[in-house]
Design a protein around this ligand. Structure first.
Ligand SMILES: *Cc1c(COP(=O)(O)O)cnc(C)c1O
Length: 394
């Protein structure tokens, strides 16, 4: 590699030539993080409204998470589920403590798509039925089962045929759902707020009606709380906004304080599932469990859901004028610290303009700009991000 290439060019050349190429990339080499701030190799500082794509709720390198990882790394890193483990047991108790009442059986895995995959399999096991109803604009992951539940055509089409038995109905409406239920329906799978699909908040009462429909028909409700869970939306769980819990709940993203982890919680009324029907080598590994215990404890001790509400309301109140008069913004949606700014144009040039102004943000579909900052973001840093958003979108 030429010595005239700077660090970013070298890193870029390496990743571009050695990765399979499925990821669109930004022109920045991120090397360090703290709270809601990231730094590149030249020492430039960025306000991070990507938050590891909704992972870094407790902040980058949260000191309690770092300490828990350091201590656990010296004791035991890997330990499969065929053995009992102290850290795993501690995390299980912590998870059912924060979970909605009744969700007291846990399966630990390593990512969101795995949590969805397991949720689908558990719904089939529990009901002895095959079919899953998901929603238009849903995102549930990329493995073949999770992808079958995901709506977006460009993710699905290259991989047809997918798993049979999946259908999609409009999000936020109950009647189409009622009509889609058949004798083969095992479960309805929904996000309390659609994240990747464009930050869509369902009409008030939707989740409650969904719960009621499931209770009436015996169809299981699977809530995908992978993005909405762990205080992101201003409540501990997205379903808490309507006091609604799933029979099955899929978790990932923020659960491990940045460590890769996923989990599925199922209602205790289902009892124990049959031995050896599912499993994963890394699931419940002590290192991820130690990080998750620290992350969840931090969320509880700091009431992160309240902070998300306060900061999110403030953020949207300052951005709202953009939607009222600007030529660029169509609508601003959000709850807590998940915010979608729907544009009248394609979003990618605006993401680049923000990067040049030291703010990192995400897309959610072709024309929605999504903000998922760490929930610990300082007011001054949020103000900086707001000023850059106004400059770029105003
Ligand atoms: C991110 C996400 C997934 C997939 O999680 P991965 O860890 O990327 O596999 C599934 N559902 C929702 C709602 C998500 O936001």
């Amino acid at each position: 590699m030429s010595e005239t290439l700077d660090v970013v060019d070298q890193i870029r050349a390496t990743e571009d030539s050695l990765e399979v190429g499925v990821y669109p990339k930004r022109e920045v080499n991120i090397v360090r993080g703290e709270g809601a701030i990231l730094w590149d190799d030249k020492g430039n500082r960025y306000v991070d409204c990507v938050g590891g794509q909704g992972v870094a709720n407790v902040g980058h390198c949260n000191p309690l998470v770092v300490k828990a990882i350091e201590e656990q790394a010296k004791r035991l890193i890997t330990c499969p589920e065929i053995f009992y483990n102290d850290k795993r047991a501690e995390l299980l108790r912590k998870l059912v403590e924060v979970a909605p009442a009744g969700l007291r059986r846990v399966f630990l895995c390593n990512s969101g798509t795995e949590a969805i995959e397991a949720s689908i399999k558990f719904a089939r096991l529990i009901t002895s039925k095959t079919d899953i109803i998901a929603t238009v604009r849903s995102f549930h992951g990329r493995s073949m089962g999770a992808l079958s539940a995901t709506w977006e055509k460009k993710y699905r089409e290259p991989f047809m045929p997918l798993v049979p038995g999946f259908s999609h109905v409009p999000y936020g409406k109950i009647e189409p759902l009622r009509n889609a239920i058949t004798e083969n329906t095992a479960a309805i799978l929904v996000e309390p707020i659609q994240g990747e699909g464009g930050v869509h908040i369902p009409p008030a009462g939707y989740l409650r009606e969904l719960r009621q429909l499931c209770d009436e028909t015996g169809v299981l409700l699977i809530l995908d709380e992978i993005q909405t869970g762990f205080c992101r939306t201003g409540k501990f769980w997205g379903g808490d906004h309507e006091g609604v819990r799933g029979d099955i709940m899929a978790l990932a993203k923020a659960i491990g304080g940045g460590m890769p982890m996923g989990a599925v919680l199922i209602d205790e009324k289902f009892g124990e599932l049959q031995k050896s029907t599912h499993g994963t080598t890394f699931g419940g590994n002590p290192l991820a469990c130690a990080a998750a215990i620290a992350a969840i404890q931090f969320m509880q001790d700091n009431k992160l859901e309240e902070r998300a509400t306060e900061m999110g309301d403030y953020l949207r109140s300052r951005l709202e004028p953009l939607a009222e008069k600007g030529d660029v913004v169509r609508e601003i949606r959000g709850r807590g610290l998940i915010t979608g700014i729907e544009l009248k144009q394609k979003v990618v040039p605006y993401l680049k303009a923000l990067l040049e102004r030291s703010v990192l943000a995400l897309p959610a579909g072709p024309n929605v700009l999504r903000l998922l900052p760490p929930l610990v973001i300082e007011k001054a840093d949020l103000d900086f991000a707001i000023e850059q958003l106004i400059a770029v979108l105003g």
